[in-house]
Write a protein that binds this ligand. Structure first.
Ligand SMILES: C[S@@+](CC[C@H](N)C(=O)[O-])C[C@H]1O[C@@H](n2cnc3c(N)ncnc32)[C@H](O)[C@@H]1O
Length: 182
């Protein structure tokens, strides 16, 4: 049963929590149907056994070579543990590596496909919390984090200044944000 608070829906669907307004949910379902059709050929080539190895795979080299560099950089600069919010977590490749590094991860995204979104969580042996939500609604999150990671996500925010002040509020005093894209 969904738990409805004000106009927010919080419920669990196939292991992924949802925090969505009914209005955004309707728009999102329409978008995801079309986007998954568009990605069908790519998704069809994904072997779920590769998730645990990401980013060190021989598949879609342009994407994963860059993420091999990302993880090396992240390992150098982030704390070894702590409550971590990963924003725009996609298929969980980085959430998995952050858990391996000792972080307690909450991963946010609006893609939930089991081969191309948060639903891929089930193919990893590590565990973390996955939440489907609109990244422009970060104000709906309760809690404080030691680390907030936005890897290759900054271009997706409509109002970056608003997002940055929401992130400041979510960051525990003395915590870190890791933002990277180019
Ligand atoms: C370029 S991918 C980056 C994925 C991952 N962080 C990485 O480093 O590989 C951007 C991600 O942001 C998500 N995203 C973009 N806009 C979003 C929004 N408004 N709400 C939720 N997720 C969003 C996409 O679904 C996608 O998974």
């Amino acid at each position: 049963m969904p738990l409805v608070m004000e106009d927010i829906i919080l419920r669990q669907k196939k292991g992924v929590y949802q925090i969505l307004t009914p209005k955004f949910k309707t728009k999102l379902e329409y978008f995801l149907d079309a986007f998954e059709d568009y990605r069908e050929e790519y998704i069809g080539r994904i072997d779920p056994s590769m998730f645990k190895e990401l980013p060190y795979v021989d598949f879609d080299k342009d994407v994963w070579k860059l993420r091999q560099l990302d993880i090396e950089l992240i390992k150098k600069i982030i704390p070894k543990s702590g409550k971590t919010l990963e924003i725009g977590a996609w298929n969980g490749w980085l959430s998995n590596r952050l858990v391996e590094m000792g972080c307690e991860v909450t991963a946010l995204d609006f893609f939930t496909h089991h081969l191309d979104g948060l639903g891929a969580h089930k193919y990893y042996s590590n565990d973390w919390l996955t939440v489907q939500m609109n990244l422009d609604d970060l104000g709906n999150i309760n809690g404080k984090y030691d680390l907030i990671v936005l890897n290759r996500c900054l271009p997706y925010f409509i109002d970056l200044n608003k997002t940055l002040s929401q992130l400041t509020f979510l960051l525990r005093p003395g915590g870190n944000t890791f933002d990277y894209w180019n």
